[in-house]
Design a protein around this ligand. Structure first.
Ligand SMILES: [Zn+2]
Length: 248
């Protein structure tokens, strides 16, 4: 054994290494993400993948990210990433990439949406079933800036078991609650606030959003939506030292 080695790299530590996949080609629709001045040197793109001939490496990269997701959150199911030959119109996969060094693209993360169009009572919507970003790509607003693209692409999005980080980054975004045929309540995110019965609301001078749709009885719908306070204005829950130690 090399006694000069200050740290040990063995099989166990290589299990912990998170190697992002690299790709030579990508098939799909590229959406460049809005970047901060600091990110200008390494712009990030979001790719909406297409199940076409030659797209297999991209789906291999998605599968790699899905495995990383499952390794990190083993209590969640392994995400479904069928091979490109499989006809799965309901599953949509996206990749975050930046320019690679040895290959054309370096994959920073992936996510998977599932289309739900089986309940005639509510509009078709997608669920964001899983998302994984490389640990070094987190806290760089990659999900928040991608959301602007997702919510235009899919008007109604349900978050499937969101992590705290995802929930915080979507804090204050418009959403509405709809009831399915079997009485289940769904919280769907929308681009602009919508009334569950009458669709998009209008923003008034005060900044609040109102439905104002005319009802059959001559009244107007009073549904309204007010943006929540900025998260920094929400008082933090402070625990006493006693409470903190008691929960350990
Ligand atoms: Zn209404």
């Amino acid at each position: 054994m090399d006694t000069n080695a200050q740290i040990l790299r063995d099989d166990w530590s290589s299990w912990w290494a998170v190697i992002p996949p690299a790709l030579w080609t990508l098939q799909g629709v590229e959406h460049p993400l809005r970047t901060t001045p600091r990110q200008k040197a390494h712009p990030v793109s979001l790719w909406e993948l297409q199940r076409v001939y030659g797209a297999e490496p991209a789906y291999q990269a998605v599968l790699h990210c899905a495995r990383c997701f499952h390794k990190e959150l083993p209590e969640r199911d392994m995400p479904a990433v069928p091979a490109t030959g499989t006809q799965r119109e309901d599953l949509h996969h996206w990749l975050w990439t930046t320019a690679g060094t040895s290959a054309t693209f370096r994959v920073l993360g992936a996510c998977g949406f599932r289309l739900h169009a089986d309940d005639p009572q509510i509009k078709p919507y997608v669920s964001l079933d899983w998302i994984w970003l490389h640990p070094y790509s987190r806290h760089r607003a990659l999900f928040r800036t991608a959301w602007e693209i997702f919510i235009r692409r899919y008007p109604y999005i349900l978050l499937e078991q969101p992590t705290t980080a995802v929930r915080i980054s979507l804090y204050g975004r418009p959403a509405m609650t709809l009831a399915t045929r079997d009485g289940q309540e769904l919280r769907l995110y929308t681009q602009s606030p919508e009334c569950a019965q009458h669709g998009p609301m209008r923003q008034g001078a005060s900044g609040a959003w109102d439905c104002y749709a005319k009802l059959p009885d001559g009244h107007i719908c009073t549904a309204t939506w007010v943006a929540p306070k900025p998260i920094r204005d929400v008082p933090a829950v402070r625990e006493t030292h006693g409470q903190r130690t008691a929960t350990r």
